[in-house]
Design a protein around this ligand. Structure first.
Ligand code: FES
Length: 171
């Protein structure tokens, strides 16, 4: 069986303490595991394996069960996300209206390799997603919660520019 090394020191102690306090006030922590994972993600922004292991120890649930839940629900993140998550819909309606060239153009302009999920500066994540329920607007791109409908490849540059400017203003 492969031995996996966990480095628990990557977890911020102050955030861990806040999480532990949240777990301690749960009457039935095992039954509140989804709420606990949500709280953990709210604090840490994603759920590294070390954090999953910590939660397993605190709730007396098997680590494999925690990992099963985290992998099952798409809203739980096992990798860090960029500040702005660009999701290109690859559902049928969007795909036939040119989603692939849009995804390729984002990848190219963000300087990302075929397997990269996040830009080197951590500002952008790029995902292809299944139908997001806005097929009438196909092809659709979502950046965090904002939906861009009838998206054109030519808009990629301006959208990236917009979020880069927001990022600069925030600094
Ligand atoms: S297929 Fe893209 S929103 Fe439905």
């Amino acid at each position: 069986m492969p031995h996996i090394e966990f480095d628990m020191s990557i977890l911020d102690p102050a955030l861990l303490q806040e999480l532990d306090e949240f777990i301690e006030v749960q009457e039935f922590p095992q039954e509140s595991i989804i709420a606990i994972l949500h709280k953990a993600q709210e604090l840490f922004l994603w759920l590294p394996r070390e954090l999953q292991l910590h939660i397993a120890r605190k709730t007396d649930l098997p680590a494999a069960r925690i990992h099963g839940i985290v992998s099952f629900y798409s809203f739980f993140l096992e990798e860090p996300n960029g500040k702005y998550t660009v999701s290109v819909c690859m559902g049928t309606a969007c795909f036939v209206k040119g989603a692939q060239p849009i995804l390729d153009e984002f990848r190219k302009q963000l300087g990302m390799g075929p397997k990269d999920k996040i830009t080197k500066d951590g500002v952008f994540s790029l995902n292809d997603v299944r139908c997001i329920g806005a097929c009438g607007l196909a092809p659709v791109v979502r950046v965090n919660e904002k939906i861009y409908g009838h998206f054109k490849v030519e808009q990629v540059k301006e959208v990236i520019q917009h979020y880069r400017e927001l990022e600069e203003q925030a600094q």
